[in-house]
Design a protein around this ligand. Structure first.
Ligand code: ATP
Length: 325
């Protein structure tokens, strides 16, 4: 039955509908996040600079499936919204309080990236709500929402262009002094200063080759320049030498201070510092708590720790003989 109906839809029509799929757009009367965050609406104030809470209120989510999208085109576009496919998140419920670092850990495919996508509203939840500073992300303009969120993905994308232009991507009007300050804070100022052309040095495959750790620090410098109040970060899994590792860690600590952050964590040091660890398994929050508490529970976290994180502890100990006993 479904196949027959789908076959009636021409290919062109399917793609036309798929192109229309970005149903993620501003609703009528959407307000800037800064306004929506202030119920009293008394203009700009110091509260605007304070980091907001991120709330997942019983969030459910399914990625829309292409065949269901084409089927829906036979009826009305509005149906696309209502045609769930594979459920990926079930009743995800948590709050990252202002300034908190929340670490997401869990097996591959559990739904960690999907959770971070919903914060920047790349998709809308199929049930429940995602709120930032108390404002439902569907009620605020996408522009103001995304201006407030700094996203750092696994492999930082660098343009084949100068370091200055790569940094200005985060804030087009940034002055050199601001760029240099951000590079310093991200532990990469010294390296850039030592380059023959400084900020004019062209980076990328055909330019100055940065190591994995250097790219990550440049991405963090960009984040610092953008200065968002919310950070969504997917930590790189790539193994860094212990010196880069320590530099990235220092850079991260600066970048996340005073911001509310959701981090897909791969580093032991990050999960130990997290105010809250959410163990995501099969689209649900399976366990939550701090490192020590979760270890004592002896559940999925304890197992992940043994298989993924404990070996990093040994590496860190070898690199820092004066560290913790
Ligand atoms: P990993 O640690 O491997 O990155 P994850 O915990 O981040 O995994 P997600 O990427 O959120 O997991 O994926 C959760 C589920 O959603 C998986 O079953 C995945 O196949 C599915 N999925 C992810 N992205 C899409 C998409 N764009 N369309 C359809 N399904 C998707």
């Amino acid at each position: 039955h479904v196949d027959v109906m789908t076959a009636l839809v021409s290919f062109d029509r399917v793609f036309e509908v798929l192109d229309l799929k970005p149903l993620i757009r501003d609703r009528d009367g959407a307000r800037a996040l800064a306004e929506a965050r202030q119920p009293s609406g008394n203009g700009s104030g110091p509260s605007l600079t304070k980091a907001p809470a991120i709330e997942f209120d019983h969030v459910r989510f399914a990625y829309p499936a292409a065949d269901e999208v084409s089927l829906a085109s036979l009826e009305s576009i509005a149906r696309i919204d209502a045609s769930p496919s594979k459920e990926v998140l079930f009743d995800v419920d948590f709050t990252a309080r202002p300034g908190q670092l929340v670490a997401l850990v869990g097996p591959s495919g559990a739904g960690k990236s999907t959770i971070t996508h919903l914060v920047s509203r790349l998709y809308d939840a199929s049930g429940g709500a995602v709120r930032i500073g108390g404002a439902d992300v569907r009620d605020v303009t996408l522009e103001s929402l995304r201006a407030e969120i700094g996203v750092v993905s696994q492999d930082a994308h660098l343009f084949h262009d100068s370091i200055r232009e790569n940094m200005r991507y985060a804030r087009p009007d940034a002055a050199d002094e601001e760029i240099l300050a951000a590079l310093d804070a991200a532990q990469i100022g010294g390296l850039v200063a030592a380059m023959p052309e400084g900020l004019d040095t062209v980076v990328g495959d055909r330019g100055y080759r940065l190591s994995g750790g250097e790219k990550q620090r440049l991405a963090i410098a960009r984040l610092l320049l953008k200065a968002p109040s919310v950070v969504v970060l997917d930590e790189a899994t790539a193994h860094l030498d212990s010196e880069s590792e320590a530099a990235v860690q220092r850079a991260l600590r600066t970048a996340l201070a005073g911001r509310t952050s959701l981090v897909i964590a791969h580093r032991l040091s990050t999960i130990r510092e997290a105010d809250q660890i959410l163990v995501i398994d099969d689209g649900r929050v399976a366990e939550r708590g701090r490192h020590e508490e979760l270890l004592l529970e002896g559940g999925l976290y304890a197992e992940l720790y043994r298989t993924q994180f404990a070996q990093q502890r040994d590496e860190v100990r070898q690199a820092e003989p004066l560290g913790a006993p």
